[in-house]
Design a protein around this ligand. Sequence first.
Ligand SMILES: NC(=O)c1ccc[n+]([C@@H]2O[C@H](COP(=O)([O-])OP(=O)(O)OC[C@H]3O[C@@H](n4cnc5c(N)ncnc54)[C@H](OP(=O)(O)O)[C@@H]3O)[C@@H](O)[C@H]2O)c1
Length: 265
Amino acid sequence: MNNETSPYYTLITGASSGIGHELAKECAGRGHNLFLIALPGNGFVDFVKGLKQHYGVEVDYLVEDLTLSDTPVKVYNYAKNKGLKINILINNAGNGHVGKFEVMNTIKVEEMIHLNLRALTIMTLLFIKDMETYTNAHILNVGSLGAYTPVAYKTVYMATKSFVYYFTQSLRQEYRHSKIKFSVLMPGAVITNPEVELRIKKAGFLGRVSALTPQCVAKYTIHKMDKGKFAIMPGTINRLIFNVSAFLPSGILLYITRQVFRKTD
Ligand SMILES: NC(=O)c1ccc[n+]([C@@H]2O[C@H](COP(=O)([O-])OP(=O)(O)OC[C@H]3O[C@@H](n4cnc5c(N)ncnc54)[C@H](OP(=O)(O)O)[C@@H]3O)[C@@H](O)[C@H]2O)c1
């Protein structure tokens, strides 16, 4: 745990809304100092002030676009210059555009690759070396429940999330003798913004009954992370879906996911 006198900070990307916003509150509630990154707008600066006042922790922030190639280095240099020791790195920012592959424009595809994959990888690369020397070091990357299987109509998004899963698992093996712990969050549907809410409705019964609030996801995630759990899957129904799907022949699984996500197109 960090506190006002601790030099340690938890860095969270995409902290102005959705899951990242709730992870920030959950960490602040546990006494972590925070270093938050988000895009401009959405009342982010007021949120930062509120966290400081309510939880009495140190909160620093940067408003930066993580799809830009020099942003991870800017973030790292800022933390170094300000003496913020990042012992917990939460790579949460991500974008999930859905739709038939051929009608997806290059801007959306590049945004997903740059944010979900490139930014997460480079942030990890930059911070990991210092983290090896810190206490309670932990890297939490945000994947997706769907990343365990190929998913039509979420082709690029799920491929980036599969990368996140295997990347984190591989690092965990490589760093098994270091002090750094690794977790990957694999959430199903989370009601974070109106676009996601509409998609959940379109996905039908399964989407509706399995959907969770970001508050519930954040609480469960930080609790499991503190316990050192690797793959964190919030929601009983999601864990049930995951366990049942492990016994399904891959052709049937691909058929079901294709039907579900075609409806959300
Ligand atoms: N919601 C779901 O159903 C679901 C399911 C599985 C996995 N996930 C994953 O969970 C993570 C969070 O998702 P969410 O639903 O909470 O998303 P969200 O509500 O859209 O929030 C995303 C956060 O990331 C920030 N962000 C977006 N683009 C950014 C950029 N280029 N640079 C810096 N920050 C950026 C956003 O800032 P602004 O608010 O300023 O745009 C926002 O704070 C993502 O990795 C997502 O793939 C979500």
